[in-house]
Design a protein around this ligand. Structure first.
Ligand SMILES: Cc1cc2nc3c(=O)[nH]c(=O)nc-3n(C[C@H](O)[C@H](O)[C@H](O)COP(=O)(O)OP(=O)(O)OC[C@H]3O[C@@H](n4cnc5c(N)ncnc54)[C@H](O)[C@@H]3O)c2cc1C
Length: 460
């Protein structure tokens, strides 16, 4: 199929107003928010507005064996929506209707292009709660969240996106439409296809709609900042907190360097002599939170933490806003940031941080460490202040070492960002060839032509 033929046919299939093909605009679709090692422009972008549009485009792609890459907001950090083989990018952002919020059933039904913060606002108006909260919530879409099993700080208490997906509507690579699951809270009929497509990174089909589970909105919340003497003390504290029956809705680990940045805005400033910092949010009933606060203070006193600050709710938003903006702040100050995403068992956090420090020293590359410590999901960020200072192969070596360190501690290569293309060469390290072979067979059964987001999750 020639370029002109492709554009002509797609115009006929869905209409000119749903197609982008100018060179400048296509550049925007060449990659996502990740490290820009691997980018590739598509031949054309289609912005479907209905399920029927998606079906027509996928049928066309099947007939001419053209690659299709589904895309949400492109906020991914693994290169998942990078159209490695060119072809068609399906930008889902126009399919953004919240179709139903069921207050009795505690479920929501949404199109895939709904922006996460839009859903948060809508359900919270009804005193309901959708817990998954990737820090990109103001831009990322539900389709992208579902396809990467996105997490976020609240995962320690509430789990990740996968725990809230009850059913999906999907256009398969042959253009057929299926509906898996439904808005029922229990489902025990056949293979769990809903959760096969959840986390499939757009390699098995295009998600067009989702049924999601909601919770009642917690009555209240409180924020606590704990300054610890060392990483070990912080890790021990996390264990103590959870063992005491306190399950914070958020339990974030930060090293000293971001605190110095935060202190430009925080009054009074946090102590800067800490070896590690825990940002804790408790939510639930007011009575329950007060009990937890008392226990938390006792634990911190017993373990000699340097400082515990209970932040009043009026000021808490500032702390969390700065935590959420840490990555964009680092991006703004440096030439390049490569945010890694490795999960280790909670008790292995100090050992992992120690290993990362050694890697940083050995390769003379600055690596900042923060993470959703409550669930062991660590985000070492490789900081490249000057692009010319390190070669790409050096950077890849450091990524490899960080990933290996996590795996050696019985961790995994991604807790929430997915594999995409950036980690596709590492997936065999965790999964092994046999498991990847099983995945390849599933892929072949659903997408025999290999047109759906090719080149992702594993290296061929
Ligand atoms: C500042 C910042 C903070 C972040 N914080 C977090 C965090 O706390 N937790 C976290 O988990 N992630 C985080 N991320 C990563 C990213 O936002 C998530 O991976 C998010 O889920 C991606 O959503 P998206 O709509 O941008 O998807 P995209 O990046 O567009 O796509 C991601 C993947 O999903 C597939 N896909 C998208 N839509 C569909 C669909 N409708 N059907 C089938 N496949 C589809 C794509 O093909 C691709 O493989 C962060 C990113 C940034 C930039």
């Amino acid at each position: 199929m020639t370029f002109n033929g492709l554009i002509r046919d797609l115009k006929k299939t869905v209409g000119s107003s749903k197609i982008i093909f100018s060179n400048e605009e296509l550049q925007v679709y060449a990659g996502d928010a990740s490290y820009d090692l691997i980018n590739h422009t598509p031949d054309v972008v289609v912005l479907p507005e209905t399920v029927d549009d998606v079906i027509k485009v996928v049928r066309y792609a099947k007939a001419y064996k053209v690659a299709i890459t589904p895309r949400g907001a492109g906020s991914g950090l693994a290169g998942g929506c990078t159209p490695l083989s060119g072809g068609i990018v399906l930008d889902m952002k126009r399919m953004n209707a919240i179709i139903e919020i069921n207050r009795t059933n505690l479920t929501a039904t949404c199109e895939a292009g709904v922006v996460l913060a839009q859903l948060h606002r809508a359900v919270e108006k009804e005193k309901l709660f959708y817990p998954p909260d990737p820090q990109s919530k103001s831009i990322c879409t539900l389709g992208g969240n579902i396809s990467t099993r996105a997490g976020g700080p609240r995962a320690i208490k509430y789990g990740t996106t996968g725990h809230y997906v009850l059913g999906l509507e999907i256009v398969l690579p042959d253009g057929e439409f299926i509906k898996t699951g439904n808005i029922c809270l229990k489902h025990s009929v056949g293979y769990d296809l809903t959760h096969l497509f959840t986390g499939a990174e757009g390699t098995l089909g295009v998600i067009v709609k989702a049924d999601l589970r909601l919770l009642p909105k917690p009555e209240s919340q409180r924020t606590v900042i704990i300054t610890c003497e060392s990483v070990q003390q912080a890790a021990d504290l996390i264990g103590d907190i959870v063992r005491a029956g306190i399950i914070p809705s958020t339990l974030e680990y930060l090293s000293r360097s971001p605190i110095k940045l935060f202190n430009k805005n925080i009054k009074p400033p946090l102590k800067e002599d800490g070896g590690a910092y825990l940002f804790v949010k408790l939510d639930g009933s007011k009575v329950g939170i007060n009990d937890d606060l008392k226990k938390l203070e006792e634990i911190c006193t017993e373990t000699n933490s340097i400082d515990i600050r209970i932040v009043d709710n009026k000021n808490a938003a500032l702390y969390w806003q700065m935590r959420a903006n840490l990555y964009p702040m680092m991006v703004a100050q440096n030439d390049k940031i490569i945010p890694e995403d490795v999960t280790v068992p909670r008790d292995k956090i100090p050992a992992f941080i120690e290993k990362v420090k050694k890697i940083s020293e050995y390769y003379k590359m600055k690596i900042g460490i923060s993470g959703h410590a409550g669930d062991g999901n660590m985000h070492p960020s490789i900081i490249i202040p000057d692009r010319d200072k390190h070669t790409e192969s050096e950077i890849l070596m450091v990524i490899h070492e960080i990933i290996k360190s996590g795996l050696d501690l019985r961790g995994n290569i991604s807790g929430e960002h997915g594999v995409g293309v950036l980690k596709s060469e590492f997936s065999y390290l965790e999964l092994g060839e046999r498991q990847i072979e099983v995945m390849k067979r599933i892929k072949k059964a659903i997408d025999p032509q290999g047109i759906m987001n090719p080149g992702k999750i594993w290296k061929n």
